[in-house]
Design a protein around this ligand. Structure first.
Ligand code: CDP
Ligand code: MG
Length: 199
């Protein structure tokens, strides 16, 4: 069904350390999305790597995206090759992800993947829109992260496409851990008629 789209969100170690768990969950919950899976864990380095490699092109894609971001600001991409840079980010991301507790969540609703990305904001917090989680609660930049040879700390991971969401959900949750249930609010969001409000 159209309103059953699912997506994966992970509050990264910096989000947990900044004590933003409640604030972040609230942002996705208040728009009308339904929380259908939730756990707190410390990922292993291997789990973290596997998470980014659900798309084997991750190193190349992340390298190209970063190069574009540098060029958009009129700066030169300060690394010898896009692929090499991407592999470095994969390694750093795995360290970042496995450095402490994270909160893994599955959210469901109409256009869940895109809606969660909209609420989350762009990858680089300093340029993420006001009103988004990454824009409102932190300030990291590509340049600052690259200078100190670490991953950009942007509080949350959110699946980038339906295909990515399906693969990532299968990685972090068993089928039984994703709950199937109705919320009272679903009736006002999705049902055709409004019978049953007035007594
Ligand atoms: O997380 P998002 O989908 O917005 O971005 P991505 O391109 O899929 O990259 C995944 C993660 O890698 C980002 O959220 C950053 O934490 C990290 N990254 C980084 O540290 N430095 C870059 N130049 C690009 C990405
Ligand atoms: Mg991504």
């Amino acid at each position: 069904m159209i309103h059953k789209e699912k997506t994966l969100v992970i509050i990264k170690p910096d989000g947990v350390q900044r004590t933003l768990i409640g604030e972040i969950i609230r942002r996705y919950e208040r728009v009308g999305l339904k929380l259908i899976g939730l756990k707190m864990i410390v990922p292993t380095l291997e789990q973290a790597k596997a998470h980014y490699l659900v798309n084997p092109d991750f190193p190349k894609n992340v390298g190209n995206k970063t190069k574009k971001a540098y060029e958009a600001e009129g700066k030169e991409f300060p690394f010898p090759s896009v692929e090499e840079f991407g592999l470095g980010i994969l390694h750093k991301n795995a360290q970042y992800f496995s450095s402490g507790p994270v909160v893994v969540m599955a959210w469901q609703g109409l256009g869940a993947v895109g809606l969660v990305r909209k609420i989350t904001g762009g990858t680089e917090p300093i340029n993420s829109d006001v009103g988004t989680i990454r824009g409102d609660f932190t300030l990291d930049s590509y340049a600052m992260a690259d200078t100190s040879e670490r991953s950009i700390r942007n509080l949350v991971h959110a699946s980038g496409s339906i295909e990515e969401a399906d693969k990532e959900l299968a990685l972090w949750f068993t089928k039984e851990e994703l709950l199937n249930y109705r919320l009272i609010a679903d009736e006002i969001l999705y049902d055709v008629n409004l019978d049953g409000i007035l007594e």
